[in-house]
Write a protein that binds this ligand. Structure first.
Ligand code: NAD
Length: 480
């Protein structure tokens, strides 16, 4: 079985402790590889490597950095099949999704920031004959990137690419739940000729490795994507150290469907926004509000389509719902189904674990689940479940549904379905959300600001927003 290695100073190395953790295949419920159980000593050596490479990388021209990253993007494409298979086995997501979304997006992330840096410019301010100011944007130095398990290589590359393109050296930690593609990626970095020390990938537990990055006095910025509780603990340590922080956290996204929507499009997209990746996408719409005149029609069609979804082996091309990521996460999702019953909800479809036959008999499968009859403010409608479980509720007025939509502590993404453009503008602007999709979902232009409000995060990623985060501005004022 593969022993995953850390990638430090350009080489694949074992953890200092010599210890490894079990890595599970969630579709089979069995250990299939081992993860380095790294600690603060590994972070120290990753930091030293990054520190040693810092001046060299910052002095490398944008074009040279871009060229190296473009080679890396090409290598992801060349190895797309192997990476998609690895992502599916490691995470439980269908190989179809990994092939169409995760891996292509990983190479797009690298390519996007490798080319964007060639167009990045900073401001100048002319003071009418008195002075002229121009702003230098310098790399921060050594930065930390910490990513979650739900879109492993997709989000890992989304973080490291802008950091590297803007001239920083990186100490990165992928999720210990899904480390495999970051390991395969480290081999591609070596093949692409990434100079030693520029990117360092340290595997292991959040409480050891992630915490060691957060507390490191010389790692001056942390870009984190993950749960709100983890984000809070990182902020508590990093804020008094005056580190720059970008926090992309949890969500409880509303999907608001007005009676004048394009019904078929809203229904088809709601299937994806509810259950893609087993509902384990931070942008999934888990609270569905439907205007009363079409409530029953929509609900019945949605339930019928959901019942027809195939839960199965993620490697099977026919499967639409793969495994949830871990035994613990499966238990957490099912506990919310029980809570929904206690809170007065009716399970319209799903609600149970699925026991498959054959090699996936011990996998972590759950039926796609729709719950009706809950109030907007109950726990199931307020807390992030992060699984194939959605609630559906009717509403009568725009004002009423706005209150429901904005009632949670989160504010990451919202989806609105209406053919009335005036309403879309008026209503969209009132949603407390970093992202509002109207008549679409998960359509991403990588130049746009990405991030949440309220407890969904601090700061924005994407496009030049990411470069602004990963650089330190110096204003130079020249008297005339
Ligand atoms: P998590 O917070 O448990 O873990 C995320 C990462 O943080 C992992 O690499 C983990 O090892 C590390 N970590 C854990 N404890 C740490 C600590 N004390 N110090 C430093 N690092 C630590 O989240 P998860 O379960 O991996 O991911 C699911 C969550 O991520 C959900 O809440 C989801 O909404 C959120 N998410 C948000 C976005 C977004 O863009 N806003 C995208 C994807 C996922």
């Amino acid at each position: 079985m593969t022993h995953i290695q850390n990638y430090i100073n350009g080489a694949l190395v074992a953890p200092k402790s010599g210890e490894y953790l079990d890595n599970y295949n969630p579709a089979k419920g069995e250990v299939y590889s081992y993860i380095p159980d790294s600690n603060s000593e590994d972070i120290e050596s990753a930091y030293s490597a990054a520190e040693g490479a810092k001046e060299m990388w910052a002095a490398t021209s944008k074009q040279e950095r871009s060229d190296i990253m473009m080679r890396l993007a090409q290598l992801i494409d060349d190895n797309a099949k192997e990476l998609a298979l690895a992502e599916s086995i490691d995470n439980g997501k269908t190989v179809k999704l990994a092939s169409h979304v995760d891996i292509p997006r990983a190479s797009s992330n690298i390519r996007f920031f490798a080319t964007a840096i060639l167009h990045y410019a900073s401001e100048s301010h002319d003071m009418d004959g008195i002075a002229i100011n121009y702003t230098l944007r310098k790399p921060i130095g050594v930065v930390g990137c910490i990513s979650p398990w739900n879109l492993p290589l997709y989000l890992f590359t989304w973080k490291i690419a802008p950091a590297l393109a803007s001239g920083n050296c990186v100490v990165a930690k992928p999720s210990e739940v899904t480390p495999m593609t970051a390991y395969l990626f480290s081999k591609l970095c070596i093949e692409a000729g990434m100079p030693a020390g520029v990117l360092n990938i340290v595997h292991g537990l959040g409480a050891k490795v992630g915490a060691a990055i957060t507390v490191h006095p010389k790692i001056k910025a942390i870009s984190f994507t993950g749960g709100t509780a983890t984000g809070k603990s990182i902020a508590a340590v990093a804020a008094p150290m005056f580190k720059k922080l970008s926090l992309e956290l949890g969500g409880k996204n509303p999907n608001i469907i007005f009676a004048d929507c394009d019904f078929d499009k809203a229904l088809k997209t709601t299937m994806a926004s509810s259950f893609a990746n087993q509902g384990q996408i931070c942008l999934c719409g888990s609270r569905i509000f439907v205007e009363r005149p079409i409530y029953e029609k929509f609900r019945d069609a949605f339930v019928a389509k959901t019942k027809a979804m195939k839960v199965g082996n993620p490697l099977d091309k026919e499967t639409s719902i793969g495994a949830t990521v871990s035994k613990e996460h499966k238990a957490k999702i099912l506990s919310y189904v029980e809570l929904a019953k206690e809170e007065g909800g009716t399970i319209l479809t799903g609600g149970k674990e699925v026991i498959l036959e054959g090699e996936c008999a011990n996998g972590y499968f759950i039926e796609p689940t729709i719950i009706e009859g809950l109030s907007f403010d109950c726990r199931v409608n307020q807390e992030e479940i992060f699984g194939p479980v959605v609630t559906i509720m009717p509403f009568d007025t725009e004002e009423e549904v706005l209150g429901y939509a904005n009632s949670t502590e989160y504010g990451l993404a919202a989806t609105v379905w209406t053919e009335n453009i005036t309403r879309a503008n008026r209503f969209g602007a009132k949603l407390e959300s970093g992202i509002v999709w109207v008549n679409c979902w998960l359509v991403r232009d990588l130049r746009t600001p990405f991030g949440g409000v309220k407890n969904s995060g601090v700061g924005r990623e994407g496009g030049f927003h990411a470069f602004n985060f990963f650089t330190e501005p110096t204003n130079v004022c020249i008297g005339l």
